[in-house]
Design a binder for this molecule. Structure first.
Ligand SMILES: [Zn+2]
Length: 266
């Protein structure tokens, strides 16, 4: 079996990968995860992700944005700095951006303002958006609906919702990013019921490494750190939930990632 998967959400600049990033990348490649989109969650992280991607052309790309947790840091200078990053060819999406009312690490009005400013950047640069939403579905939807057809497209990253949320995001034309959350029979119950209803041409897969280690790996990894090389395990779980084979899920999600992020084939 030879897979050609794309991890659309890998936090490869995270400190936990500092010591052995090359080995982590080699293991991913070995596992069939040939390409990764490195998530930028704040300005410094986005610059690091862009630099890492530039060092690995045709293997790594990146996003540039400010996560709602860090929305309070977002100011006018951020807009200009993100714009500079977004003009680089390896930076393929705006984000991660959105709303997180679960943790509420930044005030909600501040989160909304930073989100809207980043959606404007996406319109301006004609790039898709990499979206985060937790416990903020209604406000998130309202903001996106205001942008109507102006956005180039986007992905609801780490989607964990049920059918209602799914239908709302599909109606907005979004892709749906599935993580190892789908491997969790307890916490992921709603999501596991949604997965079969995601159209094949809207499905994406991601590890969100080093977070969200899939719970059903056998044998369980000795470390709690998730890795992009575990993406085939997520693909297999998604395939099982959909009653498809892993090759079909792999082919569809790779095609979708290439389309959404306009990845140049080398
Ligand atoms: Zn997220």
């Amino acid at each position: 079996m030879s897979l050609d998967l794309i991890d659309i959400g890998s936090n490869l600049t995270h400190d936990s990968f500092k010591a052995d990033r090359d080995a982590v990348m080699a293991r991913a490649l070995q596992a069939g995860v040939r390409r990764q989109i490195i998530t930028g969650a704040d300005l410094a992280g986005s610059a690091q992700a862009a630099a890492l991607a530039a060092d690995h052309p045709s293997r790594l790309w990146s996003t540039a944005g400010v996560h709602p947790h860090h929305a309070q840091s977002f100011d006018a200078s951020h807009g200009a700095a993100l714009l500079e990053l977004l003009r680089r060819p390896q930076v393929v999406a705006v984000g991660e951006c959105g709303l997180d009312y679960y943790r509420d690490l930044s005030p909600r009005a501040v989160q909304r303002a930073a989100f809207i400013a980043q959606l404007e950047l996406a319109v301006q640069t004609d790039k898709p958006v990499f979206l985060h939403q937790r416990d903020a579905h209604q406000d998130f939807l309202a903001v996106l609906e205001d942008f109507g057809g102006r956005l180039k497209g986007g992905v609801a990253h780490c989607f964990t919702g049920g059918r209602t949320e799914l239908e709302a995001y599909l109606a907005l034309g979004l892709y749906i990013g599935i993580t190892g959350w789908a491997c969790d029979e307890r916490r992921g119950l709603e999501l596991r019921k949604s997965v079969p209803h995601i159209p094949a041409n809207r499905l994406l897969i991601e590890t969100d490494a080093p977070y969200l280690l899939p719970r059903n790996m056998i044998p369980a990894p000795t470390s709690r750190r998730n890795e992009p090389g575990y993406l085939p395990h997520i693909a297999a779980t998604v395939a099982r939930l959909r009653g498809e084979n892993v090759e079909a899920v792999g082919a569809a999600t790779t095609r979708n990632a290439v389309a959404l992020f306009a990845l140049e084939e080398s």
